[in-house]
Design a protein around this ligand. Structure first.
Ligand SMILES: CC(C)(COP(=O)(O)OP(=O)(O)OC[C@H]1O[C@@H](n2cnc3c(N)ncnc32)[C@H](O)[C@@H]1OP(=O)(O)O)[C@@H](O)C(=O)NCCC(=O)NCCS
Length: 258
């Protein structure tokens, strides 16, 4: 699907071909630098990941685990609340050191990838606590079975205390867009950077899969989520009127990776 790249050499002169080559080399190095910038901003290289094959669990959480609202229609209005550039660094060196310190303080928390349907009940249980009406297992399966590498769990021993569920596909035929569908942290474990760490891991997996951008929706009133995402460099892109069934507006947040 993603074949917008010009094939150098097809029907062009030698000088045109070398010009294209130089341009491509430049573009590649720009992309590399940008990716590096994103990696350092999100502390992507600093995370240590424990992978376990079969976490078993129970989890508890509170409100709004679903960022997505697939069955709802919404009036979309451009808001242009903020302008975002790749150069805007939301995590300076000092903050990155603090992030590392927070992660090592939380070394009782292990971050694992989704590996088995056996984890599904724990993920659902955790996220459903935050919903006024539960999503069916098919909604979870749609995301998790199609993009298992974009689902992560935070484990405290055998207990699932956080989960993130995402997808990554082609948007408008050209943009590889990551989407954070669900995120929840057990109420007893909040404000320990577990949510931020889950989002970082998901973004890292998207970067590895060549994502161009990441988006999500969250209630305009959800201050913890807004703070979490804006700390990581997301900007407010659109306001979606009455997006949620409770009538609350959503904000679409976006992070540009290139
Ligand atoms: C949003 C949520 C995932 C955050 O998880 P978390 O592990 O507590 O988040 P973190 O510890 O990484 O905190 C991230 C930032 O949010 C801030 N924050 C967390 N809870 C907050 C609260 N209740 N009020 C204000 N800020 C809050 C933190 O202080 C931190 O910002 P800081 O670094 O500037 O201090 C969690 O509150 C949750 O599960 N909420 C219900 C589900 C939900 O809303 N999901 C998001 C759907 S898009």
């Amino acid at each position: 699907m993603e074949s917008d790249k010009v094939e150098a050499g097809a029907g062009v002169s030698d000088s045109e071909a070398s010009a294209i080559k130089i341009k491509e080399t430049k573009q590649n190095s720009i992309a590399d630098v940008t990716t590096l910038d994103i990696k350092s901003r999100l502390s992507l290289e600093t995370t240590t990941e424990a992978r376990s094959s079969e976490p078993h669990v129970n989890g508890v959480a509170q409100m709004n685990g679903i960022c997505d609202s697939p069955q709802r229609t919404a009036d979309v209005a451009d808001l242009s609340l903020q302008s975002g550039t790749m150069e805007t660094s939301h995590l300076n060196q000092h903050e990155q050191v603090e992030t590392l310190a927070a992660e090592s303080k939380d070394n009782d928390i292990q971050y694992v990838s989704y590996t088995s349907e056996l984890q599904m009940p724990d993920i659902m249980k955790l996220i459903q606590k935050d919903l006024s009406e539960p999503y069916s297992i098919y909604t979870y399966r749609y995301f998790i079975h199609n993009w298992p590498k974009l689902c992560f769990l935070a484990m405290h021993g055998d207990e699932c205390v956080g989960a993130i569920v995402c997808k990554l596909d082609i948007h408008r035929k050209v943009i590889k867009r990551g989407y954070i569908a669900m995120l929840a942290v057990d109420v007893k474990y909040r404000k320990r950077k577990i949510g931020s760490n889950l989002v970082r891991r998901a973004i890292q997996a998207m970067v590895e899969d060549d994502a161009d951008e990441v988006v999500l929706e969250t209630e305009i009133t959800n201050r913890p989520a807004l703070r979490l995402y804006e700390n990581l460099g997301f900007v407010r892109d659109k306001r979606l009127f009455r997006y949620y069934l409770n009538g609350v507006d959503a904000l679409r947040l976006k992070l540009w990776l290139r």
